[in-house]
Design a protein. Structure first.
Lengths: 181, 156
């Protein structure tokens, strides 16, 4: 009896997987119908930060070349705009149900990559962008509820998500690295 | 009159193995419940990139997988070493994604279809070109919920 059970146990150990399904969740934008002309959305220049990764995996964000370690603070500064700099995004008073009026940044992060960018670099950049937003959410939660975002209940998390939005847009693919012919 | 006389040498009794089958059965049951079966045979080599802000997949049964990477050694003489797309059990091209998504959608119940997620498991050395093509094709099929497979690493 024990032998047979052992045999089955070994069999299950061999054929099964234990790998956890984890990853970065994203929502792709809806494909515009083919007869519609691609119009640039009317986003004010100050409200958008362009993060570009070229084929050599170099990073370029908001008109300067950055190292990956600097990106998170750059994004945080962009999204909060602490000194109300006219070159950084506007803030808007929005009424959030269950909380009240709240100043919400209108900033949008636009991520562009080249066909030659490596996937690991792309994920690294995505990860830094999400990390910046997650840290801002944590800071907002601690300031308002005295707890980290992950410890809040579902309603409170919804409020935080509205107060600190995660506006990361993956632009239409285009050639970022200009090649000289 | 000696009722309590020592009768010869005392021996320590062996441990009873009667409960062994029960224990093994319990472990067996635990494994059967907790693991998922390997459904497809990997034909491409995938080592996932690391990320610190990973989220767990909520509904495994509503997920379709797209593997992208270089073919494993036994398929390299047939398919070369360029990055290939694997859907289900075979190498496919970008154009086949449409049929794949359609058939995956078909197998789900009406209520679950909007919750369908496509998990892209790509090797970290893949170039973004092929992934951009896959993403564009997914947008065309309006399979908009995607997940970039990554393994959890701690923030530096």
């Amino acid at each position: 009896m024990a032998d047979i059970s052992f045999l089955m146990l070994i069999f299950f150990l061999m054929v099964s997987t234990m790998d956890k399904e984890e990853g970065i969740s994203r929502r792709l934008p809806v494909m515009p119908p083919p007869d519609m002309k691609v119009e640039d959305q009317k986003v004010n220049r100050r409200n958008i930060i362009q993060v570009k990764v070229n084929a050599q995996d170099r990073l370029f964000a908001g008109n300067e070349i950055l190292d990956i370690t600097q990106l998170k603070n750059k994004i945080k500064e962009f999204m909060t705009n602490p000194q109300n700099d006219p070159n950084l995004p506007d803030k808007e008073m929005i009424f959030i149900e269950g909380y009240g009026d709240c100043l919400v940044s209108k900033g949008v992060i636009s991520l562009q990559n080249d066909r030659g960018t490596s996937y690991s670099k792309y994920i690294e950049v995505q990860n830094e962008l999400i990390r910046a937003v997650n840290e801002l959410r944590d800071e907002w939660s601690i300031a308002n509820y005295g707890k980290r975002y992950s410890r809040l209940n579902e309603d409170q998390q919804n409020i935080v998500r509205k107060a600190v939005p995660q506006n990361i847009s993956e632009a239409e693919p285009k050639d970022v690295t200009k090649r000289r012919r | 009159m000696s009722k309590f006389v020592d009768k010869g040498k005392k021996e320590t009794p062996g441990i009873s193995t009667a409960s062994l089958p029960d224990i093994v059965f319990m472990i067996l049951m635990f494994f059967m419940v907790s693991v998922s079966m390997r459904q497809t045979e990997r034909k491409v080599m995938v080592s996932l990139p690391g990320a610190s802000e990973v989220a767990k997949l909520e509904r495994k049964d509503l997920t379709s997988y797209i593997y992208i990477g270089t073919p494993t050694l036994q398929y390299q003489d047939l398919y070369g070493t360029e990055s290939q797309i694997q859907l289900n059990n075979a190498f496919r091209s970008i154009e086949d994604i449409r049929d794949f998504i359609a058939s995956e959608r078909e197998s789900m119940s009406e209520a679950d279809r909007p919750l369908m997620t496509v998990s892209i498991k790509a090797d970290e050395d893949t170039r973004m070109g092929i992934i951009t093509d896959v993403k564009q094709e997914l947008r065309r099929c309006s399979a908009l919920r995607i997940m970039y497979g990554a393994r959890k690493v701690n923030a530096h």
